[in-house]
Design a protein around this ligand. Sequence first.
Ligand SMILES: Nc1nc2c(ncn2[C@@H]2O[C@H](COP(=O)(O)OP(=O)(O)OP(=O)(O)O)[C@@H](O)[C@H]2O)c(=O)[nH]1
Ligand SMILES: [Zn+2]
Length: 372
Amino acid sequence: MSSSNFSTSFELSSLGWNDSLAAELPAGLLPARVARVDRGAAEVLCADGHLQVHYSAHVRRAAAADPVALPCVGDWAALRRLPEGRFELEALLPRRTAFVRGGVGRVSRGGLSGDSQGQVLAANVDVVFVAEPALHSTDTADLGRIERLLALAWESGALPVVLVTKSDLVGDGLDFLMREVASAAPGVDVHAVCSVSGEGVDIVRGHLEGTRTAVVLGASGAGKSTLVNALAGEQVMETQQVRASDGRGRHTTVHRELIPLRDGGLVIDTPGIRRIGLYDMGEGVDMVFSDIEELAERCRFADCGHDSEPGCAVIAAIEDGSLPERRLESWNKLQREAAWMASRSDARLRKELQNKWKIIHKEMRKPGRNRP
Ligand SMILES: Nc1nc2c(ncn2[C@@H]2O[C@H](COP(=O)(O)OP(=O)(O)OP(=O)(O)O)[C@@H](O)[C@H]2O)c(=O)[nH]1
Ligand SMILES: [Zn+2]
């Protein structure tokens, strides 16, 4: 398969290219942003347009040793122009942030720590919009779900912003609801948006200023696609209504997961990120509950379990009404879940490695192999 050119060129700066990235680019190579990956190949956006490129032997070797080295949507790549005019993805530039499933998600000292064996779902995300509907069926916004998604967002290294979507569905109760949501998201911006009327959409767009890259996390039906369309000012995503009415035929554009917005900024919408919910929250949980962490420092005992210990500042805050009891319950729950996930993903990775070796050994025992 040869590199094919799907469209006209892209202004690199509109894709988020800047001086600090330029300083990382190996000499003689061309920068490109990964818009989508397929097995062994990627679709990239660059000054030469929208290209399909294969991975160099160097990239393939690195990825075989650690899947974290596989290109993913949002990555900045360095392309080599081959003599016949095609391009090859020669290297990845260091990631600033990463959503990693199963493994170490932290970005440490200018890049992902090399000891991880996780799968990177998206890279170089600056902003994570946590979308939670003001009203879904008969319930108002689910604070526990917001806290869980915030933990995932913090863990990626990107900056979370909570969006209470479908704000038109609650009337006078909105102010109260917004205060409740804010109490579940200390240190995080919380905005109400209505993608139908457009209210609040400009504030959301403001978070993308300077060609920042965002992802939208949220349950099915939270209004993610509708919001992305409102941000784009055009129909770039299929929403549930479109799917229900006629569904087919509307999506004639090339399927792309990195969506440059007309007014600047980019949104990443990948099936991988859409399906998450069960990936590592790690230290992200501590970030979500910074209010409790702060209180805990004032507990009499350093190993206070905030249960029935004397001199517990957390219990005291619940009793004087400054900390909702729900927060402590939610914290306990997410901590247990994060610990369970960590143990589970290690077990899964061990099994994966075992399977890999089984296949290699079987391959080696095949008759005729390595024989003349
Ligand atoms: N009233 C109201 N309805 C909205 C708003 N935003 C989205 N909706 C509706 O909510 C439904 C779900 O919206 P989608 O954008 O498809 O939700 P999604 O989060 O992308 O859902 P998945 O693709 O399943 O993950 C659709 O019927 C939308 O029309 C809003 O601001 N107000
Ligand atoms: Zn305590």
